[in-house]
Every structure is written in C-alpha cells, then in structure tokens.
Design a binder for this molecule. Structure first.
Ligand SMILES: [Zn+2]
Length: 305
C-alpha cells in the first residue's frame, strides 16, 4: 500500500480520472463514463467510484481536480458547468468528505497550461502562453512553472472576450465572443442549425470534424463558419501575444489538435492584428500531452502544493 495522488478532469462530455505518484507522474488514467448530461449526484458518484477503483489498495493523500470555469476558488465550488447546464457544484467538500484528504480545484485550461509548460511543448521555457480550443476556448499564462491567475483567478478567460455583440450566443450567455465563433460546442451548434441532417447518415453524434469536412468539400456556408472561427481565433492569439508576450504559445484542445492547419492559418492571421514587434515574437507549437494535458495538470497541481 503506497501513498498516491488522485487526479480528476471534469470535461464537457467525459470525465478522466487518474492516479499519480507523489511527484505528479500519472500512473494510470481511465475514462469514467457519464450519462449525458449527468445530474450532480450521478457525476459525483461516478467520479468517486472510478477514483476508488483506480487507487486499489493504495492510499489517496491529495486530489487535484480540474473543470471548466467559472470557479469560486475560496469556497471550492464549480459555479456552473455550462456544458452540463447546471451548477453550482461544491466539488471540493464533496471529494473531501468521500476521500478524507485535501482537494485542490483549478480551471482545466490553467491545469493544461501548467502541464504543457512544465513537461510538454513549453518545457524549458520560462514564459509560456497556452490556448486551448476544445468544447470551449481558454488560455493560461505560466511563468517559471507558476500559473498567473490574476487578482480574481480569471486571467486568461480570453475565450469570452466579445468581438461582435450581435454574434452567436455563447455558453456564458454573452454574444459574439471568441468561443461563440470557434469553440467546439458552438461549431456544432452552427453546424446543426444549417444542416439538421449529418453528412454521414449513420453517425448519431455531430462533431466539429463534420464542419471541416463540409468546408474542404467547398461548401460555401461551411467555409463561412470555418473562416469566422479562424478570424476569432486570430484575434484571440493576437490578444494573448500582445498582453503576455510569451516565448511560445502552446495550442492544445481536441478541436485544435484535430485541425492544426486551421490553427496555423489563425496564427498567421493574428500577425495582422498585432503590431510588428509583437508579431515577430509570436510563435506557436502544438501541445504534446494530447487530450490528457488537463489530467496531468491536475496531478502536477496536487504534487506541487
Ligand atoms: Zn462566452
């Protein structure tokens, strides 16, 4: 029986659970299957049972849990899980009660930023920006291994920077922000609006991939949606580069990693949205920890504190 750390990544449609060494090295990870969308008690129950099973006879001494924001760090509460359309969820107290150990809560993009900065594509650099394009769009800044959360913990919420107040509605309730044009959930929403029937009639799940397929087939409406997303991301990269001046912007998230050409184009376009000196320093690389970067970040968070 050894002391281990628990790591939890509550995502939009999946929950990843892992066990790590006390150094934050992920030993194993598993996907907890959740109902779509789960109720709060279903979600907590599946997280608890999966983590207990993963630990086996080992003793969990601390847990790092990450989730999409907004988060109240002081009370350890996920204020709202936009993708599940409910909240608040007092996750820290619930996990503390279940496992009798300290529980740390962090924004998932921030955790991925830490993981990529420390042991991923940003390793060896001291000022690393991170942008994730998955279900939503988020960002984080890590300086010398420490994430800069700002005065209220919201630094990097660039996905919710409004570009066009008349644009599509975002999960956060505002219109026309970066995420409403380029986030995976928003891309799918726009896809379903224009094409109620999937391209592949046998497919029951709609994904952003279908939109990019339609665009590559030359469909004008798909090209418009794709290019609006590219423009929104370009402004997002320009904002990150201008405000933070990182050595590198690591780009992760399932949509970004599946559409690297779209991201490359967005970064090139971003150069037109910032001044020449900022553009010269704008350099991006793709995340290399894959879809586990937030989970690894959760383990590193638990190990570091
Ligand atoms: Zn938003």
């Amino acid at each position: 029986m050894a002391d281990v750390l628990g790591a939890i990544d509550i995502g939009a449609s999946t929950v990843l659970v892992g066990i790590s060494t006390m150094n934050g090295e992920l030993r194993e990870g598993s996907v907890a299957s959740i109902a779509t969308p789960p109720t709060p008690s279903e979600l907590l129950s599946v997280i608890t049972s999966t983590l207990t099973r993963a630990a086996g006879s080992d003793s969990i001494t601390k847990i790092g849990c990450v989730a999409p924001g907004p988060i109240d760090y002081e009370s350890g509460v996920i204020l709202r899980l936009h993708n599940m359309a409910w909240g608040p969820l007092p996750i820290v107290s619930a996990l503390r009660d279940a496992f009798s150990c300290e529980v740390l809560l962090e924004d998932d993009a921030a955790a991925a930023a830490i993981a990529e900065a420390l042991i991923g594509a940003g390793a060896g650099r001291s000022i690393v920006g991170y942008v994730t394009v998955s279900s939503g769009v988020g960002a984080g800044l890590v300086i010398n291994g420490v994430r800069q959360g700002g005065a209220h913990g919201t630094a990097g919420e660039v996905g919710h920077l409004v570009l066009d107040p008349t644009g599509p509605v975002c999960n956060c309730g505002r219109r026309g922000d970066v995420e409403s044009f380029a986030g995976g959930l928003s891309l799918v929403r726009q896809l379903v609006e224009v094409w109620p029937e999937p391209l592949d009639v046998h497919s029951s799940v709609r994904s952003p991939v279908e939109l990019f397929q339609r665009a590559s087939m030359g469909d004008e409406r798909a090209l418009v949606i794709r290019d609006r997303g590219r423009d929104a991301l370009a402004r997002c990269f320009a904002a990150v580069a201008t405000l933070w001046d990182p050595e590198v912007i690591v780009v992760g998230g399932s949509v970004a990693l599946g559409q690297t050409h779209w991201i490359d184009e967005s970064v090139e376009l971003a150069r037109e949205y910032c001044m020449a000196e900022v553009s010269e320093g704008l350099h991006h690389e793709f995340a290399n920890l894959g879809t586990r970067s937030s989970l690894i970040g959760a383990a590193l968070l638990a190990a570091a504190t």
